[in-house]
Design a protein around this ligand. Sequence first.
Ligand SMILES: Nc1nc2c(ncn2[C@@H]2O[C@H](COP(=O)(O)OP(=O)(O)O)[C@@H](O)[C@H]2O)c(=O)[nH]1
Ligand SMILES: [Mg+2]
Length: 287
Amino acid sequence: MKYPNIIMAKDLIDLLIRQLKKEVESKDIYKYIIEYQKKVNDRFLHVYNSLPDYSLMPDYYLLMSKNICAETTMLKHKNHYLSTLKIINKLAEQYKGQVKRQKEQKVKNQLKKEFLGRANSAIKKLEATNKQLIEYKKYFERIPNPKDLFTIILIGVPNSGKTTLLTQLTSANPEINSYSFTTKSLNIGYFKIREKEIQVVDTPGLIHMEFRDMNLIEKQTVVAIKTISDVILFLYNQYQGFEEQEKMFLKIRDENKDKKMFAYPSFGGEMKGYPNVTFEQIKNIDF
Ligand SMILES: Nc1nc2c(ncn2[C@@H]2O[C@H](COP(=O)(O)OP(=O)(O)O)[C@@H](O)[C@H]2O)c(=O)[nH]1
Ligand SMILES: [Mg+2]
C-alpha cells in the first residue's frame, strides 16, 4: 500500500533551513517566511493525503489496515499534522504582517528568528506522532496486493504442505523448509485453466484459535480468507494430530459459511468426515 515517507522533526527543520538558505536572499525576510510556509504546506498536505484513508478502502485493505493501526489512531495522527499546519500558517500570516510594516532590517531579522523559533517548535511537537507513523510504515507497505480474481486460499497447521502445493500449482517460487513458520507472509501465485486466471494464496500456519491471540500474519490470513477467497483449501497432514486439525477446520468453516471449503490431504490418506479433494480437482477447479 502507498504510504508517505515520514521525516523526523529535526531532519525536516534542517532540510527546510538548508533549502531556504539556497533559495531565498538572506535579507528578504518576507519572502523567507512565504517560502517556509509554502514548503511546510506542501510537505504536510502530502503526508496527510498519502496516509491511509480508511473511509475509501475496499474491505480487504480496510481490515488489513485495522490490524496494523486502529482507524481512530490513524485519524488522530493525521489531524495532528493538520492542526500543526494551522498553527504554522497562523504564525506565518502574523509574522508576514509584522515584517511588511517594518522598515529596519535588524528588526526584520529578529522577527525571522522569532518566527522560526515558534514554527519549528510546533514541528518538533510532531515527534511522537512521527515515530508512530514510521513504525507503521513497514507494515502498511508489506500488505500483499492480491488481484481481483477467482481465489483459492491455502490454510492449515504449520508443515501441512501449503507452500509446497503453491509451487506445484503456480509459478511462484517461495521458500520451503521442514521447520515450522518458514512462511512469514502471504505468498501469492497464479495459474491458468481454460483461459481463466486463478489466484492461489499461501498462508503461514495458523496456530491460535482466537483472533485476539493471533500475531499480525495470522490476522492477515483470517482477513484474506474472509475478504478475497472463493475456495478455502484446508491442507491436512495425516502425520499430525487429527483433533487439533479438525478443530481448526471447523472453526474456519463456521466463520466462513458463505465459502466452499475442502480438505486436501497433502501427505496422503484422507481427512475423514469432511469433503476431500485431489490435486487433479484443484488443478481443474473442479469443486
Ligand atoms: N512427504 C511429503 N512431504 C511434503 C509434502 N508436502 C510438503 N512436504 C514437506 O513438508 C515440509 C513442510 O512443507 P511446506 O510446504 O513448507 O509446509 P507449510 O508449512 O504448510 O507451508 C517440507 O519439508 C516439505 O518438503 C507431501 O505431500 N509429502
Ligand atoms: Mg508455508
